[in-house]
Design a protein around this ligand. Sequence first.
Ligand code: CU
Length: 130
Amino acid sequence: MLSRISIAALAATLSLAASAAMAGAGDYTFEPLNPEMKKGDDVTLAIRLTNKQTGKAVTDAVIFKTRVDMAPDGMADMESPVAPLPSKEPGIYAFKTDLPMAGRYQVTLSAKVQGEPETVTGKVIVKATK
Ligand SMILES: [Cu+2]
């Protein structure tokens, strides 16, 4: 027969396991360092990836897919080329792209994060000004 103490210990272990299993791809957030910039070619986009649960920058992510388009202004088919740039700061991921017209651009990112089995995805909106 289980004693009262071992039942409590078992319950604690189970709830720990449940909260660990709940951590997932939704625990990360992408944010632009500069949400607004001048329109133009060869613009640098710098995006910070943060773990929402720890508040810490995620320094070891591999961003394997990026897309920049004008979906927020009804121009989803207006896509810009994106190329990765070397990171100047841990947890900041930089890209070179073109923002040819003033308006809002959506940056869609897919990343692999160490220790996170699911793909982490995010969307960031940046605004280009004249
Ligand atoms: Cu456009």
